[in-house]
Design a protein around this ligand. Structure first.
Ligand code: ADP
Length: 665
């Protein structure tokens, strides 16, 4: 076994690999970019070496630098994690040349599976079923359009070198083809440096089911069953579970064997995932093979009782697979939720910022009075409170994984864990994940890749206005923060008597609601009134940001975190963001800047579709920005005339920068 490895990655996966290495007594070397000097993965490894500036191209993708660091620090092997260099065959070759072990498959297997189109041709020969489509070499736009017409709409265009759901476009009819092709190729070039595309039939209501395979250098290859990753947004996974609901044992074996055949066809070694797209009737087609450890590998670990990183290390060191096919069994059910820094209400736009407050549900009481069962609950995270989610890398905050003896128990535990997860400082999808877990479709296992789009009404309900309890928590937190330290009004009632019957009017705004709260100071308590609701409120306990109130006859606990003018109230499993409108601070403030369209996040302008003076209709694309490797279209909010375009293609813009001004009709 190795005594020291280098981890050529960052975030949760670097921390995940380091944890297993540490358990096995293997020393770890982290590499990091300037943006990650204080990152968690740097702290959890035994050594850490700076390899370059923030952009991945200048750091995490610098194969030469990383190999140099491995040699200089005496590491014998490199674990690439996922993303970055993990599926880079040249890097695998360069490692071998330098006398280092690449913890992954042989370069030849990466190459064979690296291009979605080449892999499809190979699988066709190995008799693995494929979705009808075109995956040829010729990339002429007219030919591609003819092929799409032949396949029949809707057609899916995919970047052949793509991954992570990027570079994909669904085309509904031939008229839209050329525009979609151009946009797909643009995203493919900027994300993968290769604009080759393939086209295939876009299946209706498909499920994404993938098989975990593992092969060693002694000719053995096993499958560790399936994961259902159907719940996606923008073709990117949000929830993953194992086993797949409703999977009959015979189909499981058939898919497992097809996956092993696919792996064997390319001389595979190590951890790999064969992705299938399945129709509701159970028929399945090969989509692609990911030649690395997958983000969602923990659900497989939980149901099989394995540590797949340990398997990777053992196989890379030349050992045999720890278990044979006949020894692998499914035990219970596991679900993973990806906690992202993003705004589900705004089209899942990535959010960036600092985790000013982050409390993970470590003490989840699964059984009444019990403590969290480590075998049933896991959080893999690469960030801690105080860390930032930057525009340079993936906006994933953490993965939360739970296990239950069956799906129902796993779902209940996940819902409970999510309601205890608190984040302030950036938008997250936690509340959305909870609604998703509890939705009729997901809890009823009515799965397909369009689940989120199909259930908009249930998943994006009207905001429920903050309750009197939530408003009381925020008001009390505000009053507490205004009190000078050392002056504790609840111990000495002195101050209160003097102020008795003093009234305060507080205003808290939610996205779509305004709350006027009247607080009347009484001796040792307050009368709090909002709208028609009113109650006598007393402070039962305060411990940092944790506040317990007696509101009428009810005892209410909550955590209130103040972030500037915002009060984030976490109570009864919900998070309410209240904007405190201090009347004085806002006096004389200018009206909202009408007619200006601003950048929703920092990024680069990749296309400007309009010119000054041009008339546009509501919904027309005005500017396309690229941020976090994804394209975002800025559309006209209403009919009008473009007044001035303030940036041109290639310009870098900051968050909130006005992009163009606009005159309403
Ligand atoms: P990536 O490598 O970017 O993840 P994949 O080829 O794995 O791309 O596809 C990602 C997702 O896109 C799938 O999980 C599925 O939801 C959807 N998808 C891919 N191919 C098809 C198809 N032919 N029809 C319908 N949906 C598809």
């Amino acid at each position: 076994m190795f005594t020291k490895i280098l981890i050529a990655n960052r975030g949760e996966i670097a921390c995940r690999v380091a944890a297993t290495a540490r358990r096995m007594g293997i020393k770890t070397v982290a590499v990091y970019s300037e943006a990650d000097a204080n990152a968690k993965h740097v702290a959890v490894c035994d050594e850490a070496i700076l390899i370059g500036p923030a952009p991945a191209k200048e750091s995490y993708l610098r194969a030469d630098k990383i190999i140099q660091v491995a040699l200089a620090t005496g590491a014998q092997a490199i674990h690439p994690g996922y993303g970055f260099l993990s599926e880079n065959a040249d890097f695998a070759d360069a490692c071998a040349k330098a006398g280092l072990v690449f913890i992954g498959p042989p370069a030849s297997a990466i190459r064979a599976m690296g291009s979605k189109s080449a892999a499809k041709s190979l699988m066709e020969k190995a008799n693995v079923p494929l979705v009808p489509g075109y995956h040829g070499e010729t990339q002429d736009a007219d030919l591609l359009q003819n092929e799409a017409d032949r396949i029949g709409y809707p057609v899916l265009l995919k970047a052949s070198a793509g991954g992570g759901g990027k570079g994909m476009r669904v085309i509904e009819n031939s008229l839209d083809f050329k525009a979609a092709l151009a946009s797909c190729k643009r995203e493919a070039i900027s994300s993968f440096g290769d604009d080759k595309v393939l086209a295939e039939k876009y299946l209706q209501r498909p499920r994404h089911i993938e098989i975990q395979v593992f092969a060693d250098t002694h000719g053995d290859c096993v499958y560790l069953f399936e994961r259902d990753c159907s719940v996606q947004r923008r073709h990117q996974k949000v929830l993953e579970e194992a086993p797949a609901p409703g999977m009959p044992p015979e189909r499981r074996a058939a898919m497992g064997e097809a996956a092993v055949a696919a792996a064997k066809a390319v001389g595979y070694v190590g951890a790999g995932t064969v992705e299938f797209i399945a129709n509701q009737d159970g028929s399945f087609y090969f989509m692609e093979m990911n030649t690395r450890l997958q983000v969602e590998h923990p659900v497989t670990e939980m149901i099989t009782g394995t540590d797949l990183v340990e398997w990777q290390l053992r196989v890379a060191a030349g050992e045999k697979l720890p278990l044979q096919q006949s020894e692998l069994k499914i035990h219970g059910h596991a679900i993973e939720a990806r906690v992202y820094a993003e705004n589900p209400e705004k089209g899942f736009l990535p959010s960036i910022g600092t985790l000013r407050h982050a409390r993970t549900p470590v003490a989840v009481n699964f059984e009444l009075g019990g403590s969290a069962d480590p075998a049933a609950f896991r959080i893999d995270s690469g960030v801690r409170e105080g860390d930032s989610i930057s525009p340079f890398y993936d906006p994933m905050i953490a993965k939360m994984i739970v296990w239950g003896k069956d799906r129902t128990e796993a779902l209940a535990r996940m819902a409970q864990a999510l309601s205890q997860y608190q984040i302030v400082g950036l938008s997250s999808n936690i509340a959305f994940l909870k609604r998703l877990i509890e939705s009729t479709a997901f809890s009823g296992a009515d799965l397909d890749t369009g689940l989120i789009e199909r259930n908009q009404a249930e998943l994006f309900p009207e905001q429920v206005p903050a309750s009197l309890a939530v408003l009381s928590l925020a008001s009390v937190a505000l009053l507490l923060s205004e009190k000078k330290s050392g002056d504790d009004p609840w111990q000495s009632s002195q101050g209160w008597r003097m102020n008795s019957n003093l009234q305060r009017a507080l205003q808290f705004d939610e996205e779509t609601q305004t709350h006027q709260v009247q607080v009347t100071y009484l001796e040792r308590s307050w009368q709090v009134q909002a709208g028609t609701a009113s109650a006598l409120v007393t402070l039962a306990k305060v411990d940092g940001s944790d506040i317990t109130l007696k509101i009428g006859e009810q005892t209410v606990q909550g955590t209130v975190v103040r972030d500037g003018e915002h009060f984030h109230v976490f109570s009864q499993g919900a998070h309410t963001n209240l904007h405190y409108k201090d009347a004085l601070a806002h006096a004389g403030e200018a009206e909202a800047e009408g007619g200006r369209l601003t950048a929703p996040m920092p990024g680069k302008i990749v296309a400007v579709m309009v010119q000054a003076g041009q008339e546009v209709k509501k919904g027309d694309a005005l500017v396309i920005m690229e941020a976090m490797k994804m394209e975002h279209t800025i559309a006209a909010p209403h009919d009008g005339v473009v007044d001035e375009v303030l940036y041109s293609v290639g310009d870098q813009v900051t968050e909130g920068a006005p992009l163009l001004s606009f005159k309403q009709d």
